[in-house]
Design a protein around this ligand. Structure first.
Ligand code: DC
Length: 233
């Protein structure tokens, strides 16, 4: 039998990490973990607790509330996906709102939060057999993961893909706004003091500016085939 492995997919915002991670997890029958969704859930919780309502939001007031957070992942049969629950509320859609997107980088900078969420991710992945995407997975959360992929793409192509997605969802937003938002998030991710977005030395970089999803997946499946005698294609 194949030995289960951990596949870490890190990279820039809107670089298509989650599309790849979901497809790989389906193919291997592995668990898919969207670590960005975990950070987004904490940002939603902070918004619900009105933490950002004063001009100077107070981290010290927020940290003690962290213990009230109970996150669970449950399989949604109808939509064929895993949904995330915060204190028993399905927040799968809420965490994708612009309000949450605008606050999540602030949340991701707080060491106590990163520590707690890192432990949570390690616990979910303790039996391996997972595909997990994020920013610090290969460099920090699972530094010994058997396969590390780092995804990048030009700012223009990432902005265009995200713009198309948002338009499909009926959001009123211009291409320029999407691009500026991505530039800001890239900067926050790269310049964060703790565990910033970073390509680890042993990860394999894919620049998908001119690559189709199929080509990326074929390349990744070949890499998986070389690990632990996995034969999947
Ligand atoms: O992948 P995403 O856009 O849903 O992630 C939301 C935010 O969470 C992103 O701005 C950076 C942060 N994040 C992080 O700091 N570390 C991770 N492992 C995943 C996400």
């Amino acid at each position: 039998m194949n030995q289960k492995i951990i596949i870490a997919i890190d990279g820039y915002s809107s670089s298509g990490k989650s599309t790849l991670a979901k497809a790989i997890s389906k193919k291997l029958k592995y668990k898919y973990i969207d670590s960005g969704a975990i950070y987004r859930s904490v940002a939603l919780f902070a918004i619900q607790k009105k933490i950002f309502d004063s001009d100077l939001w107070n981290i010290r007031n927020f940290i003690p509330l962290l213990k009230e957070i109970n996150l669970k992942f449950k399989w949604n049969k109808k939509h064929n996906r895993t949904d995330i629950f915060l204190n028993e509320e399905n927040i799968q859609y809420k965490i994708r709102s612009e309000q949450v997107t605008n606050k999540v980088s602030l949340i991701a900078q707080i060491p106590e939060i990163r520590e707690k969420l890192t432990l949570m991710q390690r616990n979910i992945g303790k039996n391996k057999g997972i595909v997990i995407d994020g920013r610090d997975i290969g460099s920090h959360v699972f530094p010994k993961s058997e396969l590390k992929i780092f995804i990048k793409g030009s700012i223009e192509i990432r902005s265009y893909r995200r713009y198309k997605d948002l338009k499909k969802r009926g959001e009123k937003i211009s291409y320029e706004e999407v691009k500026n938002n991505l530039i800001h998030r890239d900067m926050m991710d790269i310049s964060r003091n703790i565990y910033p977005l970073k390509k680890s030395i042993d990860s394999i970089e894919i620049d998908n500016t001119f690559l189709s999803i199929e080509k990326q997946l074929n390349f990744i499946y070949q890499l998986i085939n070389k690990k632990n005698n996995h034969i999947i294609i």
